[in-house]
Design a protein around this ligand. Structure first.
Ligand code: PHE
Length: 480
């Protein structure tokens, strides 16, 4: 029996991007997110700056870019959700359909990431509204270009984060709001929802990013920031830092969660995928670098600690927005920028399981998006309770690398350090060794030499590098 949804077209009619440009915008939107603006600067700051940045760039070039192309190619050949697409590529290559397992791992990872991603995006939403209030107050004082938090002490400003974290209801409300918007857009479909959101949000994002960076170049300490980000101190390169750089490269490019397989499946037209993949990888990396150049001049100008880690953006920067000219306005725009970036990424995170539900379970888009958004919302509640009611709970605390981590950091760590590398490893073995070379070359549109280089990187460099990093990352004891 054909279900009503299928008859109406939501499960059977093919969805797709209206143009190559729309795909690139949506894929860049998926890649550019909290990973670039919140995590990359925090990690670079904690890991000593330049050396980390160099390793990161090497991982993007040697592993990230080839794998972006690999995922998009699978999607374009398969023309359906990640699991179905991998099965299709396997079938045409006379390989086992069991390889589709990494599509399943990816969809689960996307779901898990979405659960805490929305919680963190909720903090952003909260800070955007606080800064919005500060801007309104500054305008009320007749000083629209004034600083935020007039008359408050540094302690008062910084205590906002603790107050937020201590308030489960406030966290819940923000989490619900963000997940609700994500769900709304995804349930509207590829064209009317995802593509439309990207076409509005991405240009706004770039305008804000460039604007705030120029502001920082004039008002902040730009030279100290560039020295910090681009001078490499190799004594800081521990295996942990290398591991973190790989994890960050995968996360930032949205690899290993089948997101690009899913987005690639909505490409209708023919045409090479090499340039498209390079554009996506390059844009994502540039945004991470520019985000560093946006944040650190402000951090250094205010005399803040670059190694502040995850609290850098939420606790340190608001202090800077008090003293700097135009601080209230810039602060508001800054959190708006992160919000926009997070939204286009969370959309892609929800789209992966949603497409799976449509393709494999034959649910309608609406039902599928609703089930997974609700599920991730409920799971996310555990993460946010980890800051208050369940403080001290460390779900994987028995495993040395997750010892002492709260619920959110545990899910983040488990997906980033275990699931993504595992998914990427299987992806590279599948594309590097199992998939039919002729079919791959035809679909990627690469020339003979580039194709050989690509396949070599995917077949050898990716599995070996990811395998090593996985091994030492998970069992740090191996290094003595
Ligand atoms: N790449 C996104 C970021 O940098 C996160 C993400 C991971 C999005 C996986 C989709 C899939 O924030």
């Amino acid at each position: 029996m054909v279900s009503k949804g299928a008859a109406m077209g939501s499960a059977s009619a093919k969805e797709g991007w209206s143009s190559r440009g729309a795909f690139i915008l949506a894929a860049v939107g998926a890649a550019v997110g909290l990973g670039n603006i919140w995590r990359f600067p925090a990690l670079a700051g904690e890991s000593g700056g330049g050396a980390f940045v160099l390793v990161y760039i090497a991982f993007v070039a040697l592993l990230g870019l080839p794998l972006v192309l690999a995922e998009i190619t699978i999607g374009r050949i398969g023309q359906t959700d990640a699991v179905g697409s991998i099965k299709e590529v396997a079938k045409r290559s006379q390989a086992s359909g069991g390889w589709s397992a990494f599509g399943g791992i990816g969809a689960i990872a996307a779901f898990l990431i979405l659960s805490f991603y929305s919680v963190v995006a909720g903090w952003v939403l909260y800070y955007a509204s606080v800064m919005g209030g500060e801007l309104v107050a500054a305008i009320g004082r007749g000083d629209p270009l004034g600083g935020a938090f007039a008359g408050e002490s540094v302690d008062q400003i910084q205590s906002r984060m603790g107050d937020l974290f201590g308030n489960p209801w406030l966290l819940l409300g923000m989490h619900a709001g963000f997940m609700g918007v994500t769900w709304f857009i995804v349930s509207r479909g590829v064209h009317a929802g995802i593509e439309k959101a990207a076409t509005y949000l991405m240009p706004a994002f770039f305008v804000l990013l460039i604007g705030i960076t120029i502001y920082g170049a004039f008002e902040g300490n730009f030279s100290e920031a560039t020295a910090f980000l681009f001078t490499a101190d190799f004594s800081k390169l521990t295996p942990q830092v290398i591991n973190a750089a790989l994890g960050q490269a995968l996360f930032s490019l949205s690899l290993g969660v089948a997101g690009l397989i899913t987005y690639g499946s909505y490409i209708r037209r023919s045409g090479g995928l090499g340039g498209t993949s390079a554009t996506i990888a390059l844009a994502d990396t540039m945004v991470a670098m520019v985000a560093g150049l946006m944040i650190f001049p402000i951090v250094f100008a205010a005399g803040l600690d670059p190694a502040g880690g995850p609290t850098l953006v939420f606790q340190a920067l608001p202090v800077a927005f008090q003293a700097m000219p135009g601080g209230a306005l810039i602060g508001f725009l800054f959190f708006l920028l992160i919000f926009v970036a997070a939204l286009t990424s969370s959309i892609s995170l929800l789209e992966v399981p949603t497409a799976y539900g449509k393709g494999e379970m034959r649910w309608t888009r609406f039902v599928s998006a609703s089930i997974f958004a609700l599920g991730a919302f409920i799971l996310g509640i555990a993460s946010l309770l980890g800051y208050n009611v369940w403080a001290g709970v460390s779900p994987l605390g028995f495993w040395s690398i997750f010892e002492g981590l709260d619920i959110l950091d545990t899910i983040d760590g488990f997906t980033g350090r275990v699931m993504l590398p595992l998914g990427v490893m299987l992806l590279s073995i599948f594309i590097g060794w199992k998939a039919d070379a002729k079919m791959l070359q035809a679909s990627t549109g690469l020339s003979n030499t580039t194709f050989r280089l690509w396949r070599f990187l995917v077949a050898w460099v990716c599995p070996i590098a990811v395998g090593l990093v996985l091994l030492f990352g998970l069992f740090p004891g191996l290094l003595g």
